[in-house]
Write a new protein. Structure first.
Lengths: 293, 391
């Protein structure tokens, strides 16, 4: 029974990683850049919700809406100001800019909110499930997280395969030059990708802080790194890959905490990444990229 | 140009010489007075602590606590006919500034040192007091290294000793037979307490059924640790960690419907101040704390303190108050007189400290060993209706 409990908590944690990893993977697939500031957008989302719900005492739904809107705007603005001017620059320069943006967000939050941890009021008000005479308790937020993740995955897959904008994203990810020739506005498509990724980060922020109710300016950084690992694990650039990678990572992390050592769980998670990359350098669902010679 | 410079330097030297002379002159009348009448003898105690900056609450409390104790002792006739004089200097909890503060106090004529308030500053200044062979007692420097030199004593428990004290308290009061531990393996404070706790637990008939760690990188998710504690049937969860993380643990445990006794150390002090924390979750939480302003034995102290300084005393004030009483008791025992030099005083005090026993605010029947560590019964508080209730 305890195994089931660890497994379900692992899937829930993995679902949060998956939602964050989607943002990484979409941006990477389309803009070929690693947006390391992605994790900190989660933290911004968390603080927006905290301010709306706990400080202004407004309903949680409004908090999530405000977080999604503000994070979307923030994502687009960051792309416009920090990444777009570097479109032609080397990928190393973009990577360093992204790290800079990440620290900028953390430090601004530190200035505004201070470094003290605050307790986050859960935005999910679903009662937990008690199974097998209370031996197995599944909290409401765990169920909501898993369902939300599946819904987002399904919606995103439909969006990309069924809509014009989604098709444009696919085209840009395959060949920027050819997409431009076909009349696709590459800059607009990239901006939309950032908008979607950041909106997802806001949702991830709401779920993350509801499950693990501690909010600091550094809240987003570790989950951000783990989600990046999940994206690489599943095959960066692949949307189903982000989902599989995220869930697997969450389950591995929780089970190794439970059965091997609570101290070594992070070491195990990152060792798994190294092993996967040694065996399958493109990740579980990653495409093999043929080098043109 | 060179001439100007050397003139300037000479001027500075001359000024510093007069400054020294001034200092001596100030102490001279006291010495003269000592010759004529004993009531004029003064024992000068120096205190340092952060009086400004983010930790100012600690330093001011130590300065006030020491001051209040000295006034009471003087009103009751002083020590060996000497009156105590206390002077506090600001060290900003900084390991370098504390040296300046200490030197200022020496210039003032300090004969014994009550400080420093914080561990880092205390360790730093201990090198100086060892050089001077100046008797030092730190009210609240809890890191192990604070009392490394044999001229240093302390009033509070050392960090790891809180682990031993917690295990004793739990065992003696039969709070639980099966205990789970959740600790921060990346923090020296937390893992030190945990190690001492585990060592003492077996002596107290406590079974550690789950011993779970987390690190600074994984300090937001405790669901697995709590599940394992619950699974193992823990009646009490020992949390030798800081209150920020503890607040998350309490929340997650309540979500899981896991309701053991939670027990923390001094790092837990502050749990009721976490922003947006539902304090009802902390009901029944126990923590090892040396002092509560509301308990019976400290009522008079609390009233006098509020009257004199306009603020409620905290454990730092109580630690400093006990430190000064310990000095008074040891000085009486050792027959300290104001005309002894600092080093001779220190040697006499070192021996006398191990022979005294005082009933302080932070513990009854406190004694010290030669290593400088206090031996006193641990005291625990329980949070009832949002306030500490001493047990």
């Amino acid at each position: 029974m305890s195994f089931l409990s660890y497994l379900i908590n692992g899937i829930s944690l993995g679902s949060i990683y998956a939602i964050i990893a989607l943002g990484y993977t979409m941006v990477y697939g389309i803009a070929r850049m690693l947006n390391f500031a992605h994790g900190d957008i989660i933290m911004v989302g968390g603080f927006v919700i905290f301010t709306v719900v706990s400080t202004l005492s407004l309903p949680p739904a409004l908090g999530i809406l405000a977080a999604v809107v503000l994070c979307t705007i923030l994502g687009v603005v960051i792309e416009r100001v920090a990444y777009k001017p570097l479109r032609g620059a080397s990928s190393l320069a973009v990577l360093i800019t992204a790290i800079g943006v990440s620290y900028l967000l953390q430090n601004v939050a530190l200035l505004i909110f201070g470094s003290n941890a605050r307790q986050f009021t859960s935005v999910v008000n679903v009662p937990g499930l008690k199974l097998a005479d209370g031996a197995l308790t599944i909290s409401g937020v765990t169920m909501v997280t898993i369902v939300t993740c599946i819904v987002i995955m399904a919606a995103l897959t439909q969006f990309i395969n069924r809509t014009k904008v989604g098709q444009a994203m696919l085209a840009v990810s395959e060949d920027k030059g050819a997409a431009t020739l076909m009349g696709i506005d590459v800059n607009r498509t990239i901006a939309i990708t950032f908008a979607i990724g950041s909106a997802l980060a806001a949702v991830a922020g709401a779920l993350l802080c509801s499950t693990y109710p501690s909010l600091t300016p550094y809240t987003g950084s570790m989950p951000g790194i783990k989600a990046f690992v999940a994206a690489v694990f599943g095959g960066i650039g692949s949307i189903p890959g982000a989902f599989i990678g995220g869930v697997l990572l969450g389950v591995i992390e929780n089970l190794s905490k439970a059965y091997i050592s609570s101290q070594l769980s992070d070491a195990i998670v990152f060792s798994v990444l190294i092993v996967v990359l040694l065996v399958r350098p493109t990740g579980i669902l990653g495409k093999k990229i043929m080098e043109k010679v | 140009m060179k001439k100007v410079l050397s003139l300037g330097l000479a001027a500075v030297m001359a000024m510093s010489l007069t400054a020294c002379g001034g200092g001596e002159e100030k102490t001279a009348p006291a010495d003269n007075a000592a010759g004529t009448e004993t009531a004029g003898d003064v024992l000068k105690l120096g205190v340092t602590g952060p009086l400004t900056g983010p930790n100012a609450a600690y330093g001011s409390a130590v300065a006030n606590g020491a001051d209040l104790a000295a006034k009471e002792i003087n009103a009751a006739g002083g020590v060996n006919g000497m009156t105590l004089e206390v002077k506090a200097e600001d060290d900003e909890a900084d390991p370098e500034k504390v040296i300046n503060a200490y030197n200022n106090l020496k210039d003032w004529g300090m004969q014994m040192f009550v400080g420093a308030t914080t561990s880092g500053a205390s360790i730093s200044v201990a090198a100086e007091t060892a050089n001077d062979n100046m008797f030092q007692i730190t009210p609240s420097g809890s890191a192990v290294e604070c009392v490394a030199n044999d001229n240093v004593f302390r009033v509070c428990f050392a960090d790891p000793d809180q682990g031993t004290a917690s295990a004793k308290y739990i065992g003696e009061n039969k709070l639980a037979a099966k205990v789970a531990i959740i600790y921060d393996s990346s923090s020296e404070y937390s893992s030190g307490i945990r190690e001492a706790f585990v060592k003492e637990a077996s002596n107290e008939g406590i079974e550690v059924v789950a011993d779970e760690a987390f690190t600074a990188d994984t300090n937001t998710d405790f669901s697995v640790q709590l599940d394992k504690a619950k699974e193992a049937g823990a009646e009490l969860v020992f949390l030798p960690i800081y209150y920020q993380e503890a607040s998350v643990i309490l929340k997650q445990a309540s979500d899981k419907g896991f309701d053991p006794i939670f027990f923390g150390c001094d790092g837990m002090d502050g749990i009721l101040t976490v922003e947006n924390f539902d304090t009802s979750l902390a009901e029944g939480l126990m923590l090892l704390t040396p002092f509560s302003p509301t308990e019976e034995s400290s009522k008079k102290f609390t009233e006098d303190y509020i009257e004199a300084y306009g603020a409620e005393p905290n454990q730092f004030a109580a630690d400093a108050y006990d430190a000064v009483y310990a000095i008074a008791a040891a000085a009486e025992k050792a027959g300290i007189t104001a005309d002894m030099d600092v080093s001779a005083m220190c040697d006499a005090m070192k021996a006398a400290m191990t022979e005294i026993s005082i009933d302080g605010l932070t513990g009854a029947g406190m004694t010290w060993n030669a290593a400088g560590e206090p031996n006193k019964d641990p005291k625990a508080a329980k949070i009832v209706n949002g306030v500490y209730e001493m047990q």
